[in-house]
Design a protein around this ligand. Structure first.
Ligand SMILES: *[C@@H]1O[C@H](CO)[C@@H](O)[C@H](O)[C@H]1NC(C)=O
Ligand SMILES: *[C@@H]1O[C@H](CO)[C@@H](O)[C@H](O)[C@H]1NC(C)=O
Ligand SMILES: *[C@@H]1O[C@H](CO)[C@@H](O)[C@H](O)[C@H]1NC(C)=O
Ligand SMILES: *[C@@H]1O[C@H](CO)[C@@H](O)[C@H](O)[C@H]1NC(C)=O
Length: 409
């Protein structure tokens, strides 16, 4: 998951972390002792929302430290890595000025320092057009010195802008092996060009005879990466070049999953138009619809519904798309999912411990989301009266109303 980590949407930062909440010791704070703090602590909220003055105050009062760490699905992240993950570069600068170590390799699964990751991002991330961001990354983080470890060929370096070779001239001299050369992560040049949204390079490399489907160490093909970018031009070029629309990566995800998790509507619509599997579940049982819900994109959710997506699929935790939307308190998406002309989601579904959507709402959702759900009650299928739904009990014998009372105001 390493190379994919930064290309997952921000909900990884906001939601996935909550899933693995760890209550760390919250007693004394020291600048040198790393402590694991809960994901809902002020420091991580301020980092996530880019609240520099809030963070500065915490640091000044000694209530937080740049050494604080947060437990996430992708390993333990220190404050700097978390800020980088949230694209909060001003916060990164603040943390660095407070002594955060850009070279610390302090994660369990993401065994990489913030400096290394920032550098990867600045050369390999989507949209090279975004020069301001590239600049910011490069001026904030010192360049790491491990270019050799990456095993880039001259072709890789050319596509990444690290060598000033003329691409068409170089391609004309490349053997088929050289065209399909891979770096240390198994990434080919066409994959990198697609990831960067570089249509000209993708077209030229494919025209030179490169394989459009070779996957990297995560089992992701160039199409997975193209699908994560804002534009669909590279996706189209790859599909025209014969790329497999439904290539499944090591985590059970297709390019459509990637487009949905990154909330890339143009790519979602295009992939659906060329036969992307609508209801494919990944290894965690997550469908493209659930990925779109977690990414919080109502447009993508609507596009999937318009194609006839099956909203009743459950993930491995027994949650449906509407359950996830309620859990995330995403009122607009809940509205679309329960609308009788759109998602027509059922509210009587329950997860493996008997918790219905209404229980989830009582526990986690805000007033607006709850209102939207209750309004849709009268549109439920016959036989599921609101009285019956409301009297459902969960695994501990509690109704939704009892859960609500338990939660307080
Ligand atoms: C960045 O590149 C290095 C190779 O030099 C690699 O080990 C590391 O995993 C990469 N990090 C990401 C986030 O891709
Ligand atoms: C930042 O945090 C401070 C302290 O909690 C708060 O007063 C302020 O409103 C926050 N600013 C923003 C922009 O959220
Ligand atoms: C990394 O974190 C551990 C605690 O998990 C800590 O003991 C260690 O000192 C940290 N290393 C660095 C370089 O910050
Ligand atoms: C059902 O949902 C609740 C709340 O989201 C969760 O705590 C529980 O673990 C779920 N049950 C199963 C079996 O996944």
């Amino acid at each position: 998951m390493i190379s994919g980590a930064f290309h997952l949407p921000h909900w990884i930062a906001s939601r996935a972390i909550i899933l693995t909440l760890i209550n760390g010791p919250s007693i004394s704070v020291s600048l040198t002792v790393a402590r694991i703090v809960p994901p809902d602590s002020d420091i991580f909220r301020y980092i996530q929302t880019g609240n520099c003055s809030g963070l500065q105050t915490l640091l000044l009062k000694g209530q937080a430290s740049p050494a604080d760490m947060i437990e996430s699905l992708y390993g333990t992240l220190d404050a700097l890595l978390f800020a980088l993950n949230c694209n909060q570069y001003e916060i990164c600068q603040l943390l660095l000025s407070w002594g955060a170590d850009p070279h610390a390799e302090n994660s369990t699964k993401l065994t990489d320092s913030a400096a290394n990751m920032a550098w990867n991002l600045s050369i390999e991330c989507p949209s090279p057009a975004n020069n301001a961001r590239k600049h910011l990354i490069e001026s904030t983080f010192p360049a790491p010195l491990d270019l050799d470890r990456r095993q880039f060929s001259l072709l890789h370096k050319t596509v990444l802008g690290l060598a000033y070779t003329n691409l068409p001239a170089l391609l004309a001299t490349c053997s088929p092996d050289a065209l399909n050369a891979r770096d240390c992560h198994g990434r080919t040049v066409v994959l990198m060009a697609a990831w960067r949204g570089d249509l000209k390079a993708v077209t030229e490399i494919l025209a030179a005879g490169a394989d459009s489907d070779l996957h990297d160490g995560d089992g992701r093909s160039p199409l997975h990466y193209a699908a994560m970018t804002a534009s669909d031009v590279c996706t189209r070029a790859l599909v025209w070049g014969g790329a497999d629309v439904n290539k499944v990566d090591n985590y059970g995800e297709t390019p459509l999953h990637c487009a949905c998790s990154c909330a890339r509507l143009a790519n979602v619509e295009y992939l659906l138009s060329v036969g992307a599997w609508l209801d494919m579940a990944n290894e965690r049982g997550v469908t493209p619809l659930m990925a779109a819900v977690m990414a919080g994109d109502v447009g993508v959710v609507e596009a999937l519904i318009a194609c006839g997506v099956n909203g009743e699929v459950k993930d491995k935790g027994g949650e449906t798309a509407v359950g996830l939307a309620v859990w995330g308190d995403q009122t607009d998406i809940v509205g679309v999912l329960v609308d009788k002309h759109k998602g027509r989601a059922r509210l009587d579904v329950h997860n493996d411990s008997g918790r219905t959507v209404l229980h989830t709402a009582a526990r986690y959702a805000g007033v607006q989301t709850m209102k939207r759900l209750l309004l849709s009650f009268r549109e439920q299928p016959p036989g599921e009266s609101s009285v019956r739904l409301g009297s459902r009990v969960d695994g501990q014998g509690m109704t939704a109303l009892e859960r609500l009372v338990e939660r307080g105001t």
